[in-house]
Design a protein around this ligand. Structure first.
Ligand code: SAH
Length: 389
């Protein structure tokens, strides 16, 4: 089984595909055709690549090479249009990928999204593509992808944590989720402006190399701009440093979720290893590019971390960092002991941050009714229960 993952073209970069083509004694330009077919046309099987001679397709198959596009096993469609995909991997494992039409993939939290904000800043409208899709606005759609099967971080409010970590995804499996969803939704970047958030199952910075390779492939081959991608980390401090040094990199979001060490250690046990002082230091040292900011996510748990005092502590911690805060009211789930806070407490929290000069937004929950919202990805197959919006 592992063999079929390794022999997938999805996940190979240009030099690897070229090497493969050379091994087969074929001219180098064939690698360009293969890369195009896999990442741009997103073909499902080698048979579909009519630009390649049949003899080459046969030698690839004989060598045990496949495209490696993951199969969509199930789709759950929310009342709000969000689609949660259960994506099957070659070894029988599965992960979840979420499609959120009309923006707010979560990296902005204010109903807009990062790429658009940057473009507005540049004075570009960039909405040419809306004409193609009358009425719809696929330019504001966001795909949320997973980086691991399950998660090892054990945040106490997150359903994915209940799975534990099964394994890392390969770069091909990470890119493959995007390709499978683009194909299913019949959209194609860069003509369609797609945002990407690495905020699904797993901790991307605990699968750093594969995550980074996937990010590069998504930029260079699939055609999604860096400024349209955001990766969220629970706070793997050494990797935040490494990430700052990458040439190609998505924007950074950090899951803060608590305003002091005592509380954060209780909610996120990884805080014992990398505490707030270390985390905030890494954020302060992070080399932000022009018009870039760090996003801090803060999951609000009723009567646990949502008091005005907590808000003041957050404002103190983040003082002077070019950042914004995305407040996320807890998305509930079976086995989660916390409560969603009252809307009023959320509003007060936001007001306190804003009064301290910090941009703060409340993230709109997407697809709660189908277990597609933040912290709800657990490969839940039963979705009969419709939760309160
Ligand atoms: N492991 C990474 C990527 C996942 S992003 C990280 O932790 O950042 C998922 C976001 O949803 C995180 O900010 C997380 O704190 C938040 N989250 C987790 N469980 C949640 C829940 N039940 N309700 C709302 N947000 C939740």
């Amino acid at each position: 089984m592992q063999l079929s993952i390794q022999s997938a073209i999805l996940g190979m970069d240009r030099s690897q595909v070229t090497e493969l083509i050379e091994q087969l004694g074929e001219p180098a330009y064939r690698s360009q055709q293969l890369v195009e077919a896999v990442y741009r046309q997103r073909v499902q099987s080698l048979d579909e690549i009519s630009t390649l001679p049949q003899s080459l397709r046969i030698s690839l198959v004989t060598k045990g090479i496949s495209i490696g596009l993951p199969q969509i096993e199930q789709r759950f469609v929310s009342q709000d249009g969000t689609v949660r995909y259960l994506v099957a991997l070659a070894d029988g494992q599965s992960v979840e990928t979420v499609w959120m039409p009309e923006g707010d993939g979560g990296e902005a939290g204010d109903g807009s999204e990062a790429g658009d904000q940057a473009e507005r800043f540049d004075g570009l409208s960039g909405d040419h593509n809306q004409k193609r899709h009358q009425g719809q606005n696929p330019g504001r759609s966001t795909i949320c992808i997973s980086s691991q099967v399950g998660c090892a971080v054990d945040c106490q409010f997150c359903l994915t944590a209940l799975l534990g970590v099964k394994r890392n995804l390969t770069a091909g499996e990470i890119v493959g989720q995007v390709c499978a969803v683009l194909k299913d939704q019949k959209v194609s970047p860069p003509e369609d402006r797609i945002n990407l958030v690495f905020m699904g199952m797993g901790e991307p910075f605990l699968n750093y190399e594969n995550f980074m390779k996937a990010a590069r492939l998504l930029v260079e081959e699939v055609g999604i701009a860096e400024r349209r991608m955001t990766v969220s980390t629970a706070g793997i401090v050494p990797r935040i440093h490494d990430f700052g040094g990458e040439k190609i990199r998505p924007k950074l979001a950090i899951s803060l979720n608590a305003s002091n060490d005592k509380l954060r250690t209780r909610l996120m046990p990884l805080n014992k290893k990398w505490n707030l002082e270390m985390l905030i230091k890494a954020a302060r040292e992070y080399p932000l590019r022009m018009r870039e900011w760090i996003t801090f996510e803060y999951v609000l748990l009723g009567d646990v971390n949502d008091s005005p005092e907590n808000a003041k502590e957050v404002a103190e911690l983040l003082r002077g960092i070019r950042c914004k805060v995305n407040l996320i009211a807890l998305n509930p789930g079976p086995g989660i002991e916390f409560a969603t806070p009252d809307a009023e407490r959320v509003a007060i929290f936001q007001t306190i941050l804003r009064a301290s000069g910090i941009s703060a937004f409340v993230r709109r929950p997407r697809g709660r009714d189908i277990y597609a919202a933040c912290g709800q990805l657990k490969r839940t197959v039963e979705t009969a229960t419709v939760l309160a919006p």
